[in-house]
Design a binder for this molecule. Structure first.
Ligand SMILES: *Cc1c(COP(=O)(O)O)cnc(C)c1O
Length: 431
């Protein structure tokens, strides 16, 4: 029964475009109506009708330790008593910056912002200021937030000029964004050669979460490192999703490849709206007021958000065994899911690394956007619905990564695998 969610959605549509404050929440990609959530604790999330689900979204990443983590809660309680915002420097933001530079290997200086989108927008501005160049290079299917420069698709065929993904983005902006397929090193070399001396930054999700989970080919990130060094291109890892998730130092630590700049978000705020961008001192010193590149924020470094983020990151730094546990959970869950699908004789690909994974209904490997699109999204939609009926809350789109939190134990993994089997049986019957 989800009647209260349905009622709220009807009302929401009167006042909010599409009834939601971020499009994917509307369930359009899977059909059906979104659930309105009233609370969550640990691995479980509860909707306004009182249904409880095992949460595999985890607020799209931040709840890596499970919902309503006690230390984060206590930190927020303590901070809140001292007022909520000052718009002036605080001790906690210095501690936070120091902790980030300690945890994320390539980051020497860091600036706090309020979202992942702000982090990526600011990072490319700094890269442009630093290099004096205008173009950026990104990968098809990677998501870097909703900044104009990133909502650009590859042009057709030999055309190297990008085309806007959304009305409201100018052709002028599209001209400066180059796009190539993920994992395609030859395409990178070619486009870099065609735009010699013009590319300020190459930005990448070192592991993609936003076309579903897609891993970089062995050596891919390192080859990009070499190209960027040779060509004077600022190499940016967008670790808004992978930061503090694939290891305490993110994907860069896990793969041992150092970017020049890093963007962070999601986990960094412990559930509060926080983002950050950082990198080499030489580059970050271009940021105002040290340098000429302007970037500012009324609520940046907000003391409550910093308290939450600091409490989150401290736990992740102090307990490296969490990552061991998340890796083991990831492997155990995915092998359980695989076993069921093999028994059922289904075509599928599961991509997984650590606590990120995606299931694609395809017989193709999934290495980029084109191969991700071979997945049977209609079947995914039915599977999504039947998983909900079996009390597992997946991301409402094929092209999202799922997240395992530290609150998922062996017993819950068995529950998820069982729900998976029942859901697939129903989803296939309803084909
Ligand atoms: C979520 C995400 C963003 C955008 O972050 P917001 O906080 O939603 O603005 C940017 N890059 C990546 C890789 C993300 O996963």
């Amino acid at each position: 029964m989800t009647s209260k969610s349905l009622q709220l959605f009807e009302k929401a549509k009167e006042y909010i475009p599409g009834g939601v404050n971020s499009p994917v929440r509307a369930f359009k990609a899977v059909g059906g109506q979104p659930l309105f959530i009233r609370r969550a604790k640990g691995a479980w999330i509860e909707d306004v009708d009182g249904n409880r689900y095992i949460d595999m979204i985890n607020s799209w990443g931040p709840m890596i330790l499970g919902h309503a983590n006690k230390q984060v809660e206590n930190a927020v309680r303590r901070a809140i008593k001292k007022s909520f915002s000052f718009g002036a420097p605080t001790a906690i933001e210095v501690e936070m910056a120091r902790l980030i530079t300690e945890m994320v290997p390539s980051v020497e200086k860091v600036r706090m912002v309020n979202s992942g989108t702000e982090a990526t927008m600011s990072a490319i501005r700094v890269a442009r200021g630093y290099t004096g160049r205008e173009k950026i290079l990104k990968f098809e299917g990677c998501y870097h937030g909703h900044g104009d420069s990133f909502l650009i698709s590859a042009g057709s065929g030999a055309m190297t000029m990008g085309v806007p993904d959304s009305p409201g983005i100018t052709k002028g902006t599209a001209i400066d964004t180059l796009t190539v397929p993920y994992n395609d090193i030859e395409a990178v070399k070619q486009i870099v050669a065609q735009n010699k001396g013009k590319i300020a930054a190459l930005i990448i999700e070192p592991v993609v979460g936003n076309m579903g989970c897609v891993l970089p080919h062995t050596g891919f990130l390192q080859k990009l490192r070499e190209i960027c060094s040779e060509e004077g291109i600022v190499y940016i890892f967008d670790e808004v999703m992978t930061g503090f998730r694939l290891s305490a130092g993110g994907a860069q630590e896990r793969f041992g490849v150092m970017p020049d700049m890093t963007t962070l978000g999601k986990i960094i705020g412990g559930g509060m709206p926080v983002g950050a961008y950082g990198g080499k001192t030489e580059i970050m010193n271009f940021v105002s007021p040290e340098g000429p590149v302007y970037q500012a924020g009324t609520l940046s470094g907000n003391p409550i958000a910093m308290a939450a983020g600091y409490a989150m990151l401290n736990q992740l730094r102090d307990k490296p065994e969490i990552y061991q546990q998340l890796d083991e959970s990831g492997i155990e869950l995915v092998s359980g899911l695989r076993k069921v699908m093999i028994e059922m004789g289904l075509n599928f690909t599961i991509n997984q690394i650590g606590s990120m994974y995606s299931l694609f209904f395809t017989n193709s490997e999934v290495i980029d956007m084109e191969t991700a699109k071979t997945s049977d999204t209609a079947l995914f939609g039915r599977y999504f619905k039947t998983m909900l009926e079996n009390r597992v809350y997946l991301a409402p789109s094929q092209f999202e990564s799922l997240f395992i939190s530290a609150a998922i134990d062996d017993r819950l993994i068995r529950k998820i695998v069982k729900a998976h089997r029942l859901s697939l049986e129903t989803a296939l019957k309803n084909a």
